[in-house]
Design a protein around this ligand. Structure first.
Ligand SMILES: [Zn+2]
Ligand SMILES: [Zn+2]
Length: 389
């Protein structure tokens, strides 16, 4: 484990207090008004140029030091619609809103990196500190990119991290290429006409057609996708009918698809639509498919993944290449579509509670581990120093 190098020890008490304050005052996607104001105020106090209201509640702080390249460092600020169950002194003050993904920690680690870099200035060029809204399913990174993020604040490369309860404290991982999956949602309506359950020959059976469709959908990944590729298709909801003796007029099916490359995604979307049409046709029904591509896959560029690992090693973390990507998704993918960069998993177990309980991201008792704070802070700063050496 690394030791403080004298540059950050005095920064930590205030940062820990700020992290716990954010934890007690979580805000949902695109409503991070208090958090964004705190971030902006904290950056202005360092003398940085600060811009607010980018892509909604996004904030960018610009730190210039001579001429040279530019780098973007991103943190996310939003919380989740969960009621916190842990009994912490800084427990969420709001029922139904909880920093259950550690974005309070990400925000403060990036603010800490801004404080460190503003003090040490061991780089030549421009660091853009990007605080995005709405990472949790609402596309805050996409909103910032569409709002001209990289035109207004040019970045040659971009980097982000996520605290990772699956990795021990002191370790970090990333991957060359895909690290997180693309997340799609599908909604299918299978329509018959409805009728009497005792007269199945007189009306199309939407329940039977939908049931056969669910079975077929579960063969798509196995039979249509190259076995060397990875994909998931999960049907998560099937709904229709409300009586024992009535054939419902329609049945609704919902689910998610996770993939790591566009070609696989295209195959699954097309095959899913074919399956829906085919199952409906065989059953004498109609079908309607809505297929939404929420988040693209998070794809690291090779040179930046290398830099991310190098920065982790240089600050004393045990850094390695992850063997597998995660099937969860990440809004930072939109920034990586626009600029080369990399995304790091930063180990944070054991949980703060110290009781050995596994509390994954999005758990009602999850809490960011403040011992990670100096590690993420130093990683962000080292990334900027290496990218702008
Ligand atoms: Zn999350
Ligand atoms: Zn998260």
């Amino acid at each position: 484990m690394l030791t403080d190098d004298g540059h950050i020890a005095d920064l930590l008490p205030d940062l820990v207090a700020m992290r716990r304050d954010l934890h007690a005052h979580p805000e949902l996607a695109f409503a991070e008004h208090r958090t964004a104001a705190l971030v902006a105020e904290s950056l202005r106090a360092l003398g940085l140029e600060v811009h607010q209201g980018i892509g909604g509640t996004g904030v960018v702080g610009v730190l210039r030091n001579g001429s040279g390249r530019s780098v973007g460092l991103r943190a996310d600020m939003d919380a989740l619609p969960i009621t916190e169950q842990a009994d912490l002194p800084y427990k969420s003050l709001f029922t139904g809103v909880h920093h259950g993904c550690g974005h309070d920690g990400h925000t403060v680690m990036l603010l800490g990196a801004a404080r460190l870099l503003a003090r040490t200035r061991r780089f030549s060029g421009t660091v853009n500190f990007i605080f995005q809204p709405a990472e949790e399913g609402r596309g805050g990174a996409r909103a910032m990119v569409q709002d001209g993020l990289f035109e207004r604040f040019p970045c040659d490369t971009v980097f982000a991290l996520h605290n990772w309860p699956d990795l021990p404290l002191g370790q970090a991982q990333t991957r060359y290429g895909a690290i997180m999956a693309a997340a799609d949602r599908f909604d299918i309506v299978v329509r018959g006409r409805g009728g009497h359950a005792a007269q199945p020959h007189r009306t199309p059976d939407a329940v039977l057609a939908a049931s056969q469709l669910v079975c077929q959908l579960n063969t798509l990944v196995a039979r249509r996708i190259d076995p060397a590729e990875s994909a998931v298709l999960s049907v998560t909801r099937i709904q229709g009918g409300n009586s024992h003796n009535v054939m419902p007029a329609e049945v609704q099916i919902t689910g998610t698809v996770r993939t790591f490359d566009g070609a696989t995604q295209d195959v699954i979307e097309a095959a899913l639509k074919d399956c829906a049409m085919g199952a409906a046709l065989v059953g004498g029904c109609d079908s309607e498919v809505t297929y939404l591509r929420y988040y693209p896959a998070t794809i690291n560029s090779a040179a930046e993944a290398e830099l991310a690992l190098c920065a982790a090693e240089r600050i004393g973390l045990k850094a390695s290449e992850a063997m597998r990507p995660a099937f969860t998704s990440e809004d930072f993918a939109f920034m990586l579509q626009a600029r080369p960069g990399a995304y790091l998993w930063l180990g944070q177990s054991p949980a703060v509670a110290g009781d050995g309980d596994y509390r994954p991201l999005h758990h009602p008792c999850y809490d960011f581990n403040d011992k990670v704070l100096p590690l993420g802070l130093r990683w962000f700063a080292k990334v900027a120093e290496l990218a702008l050496a």
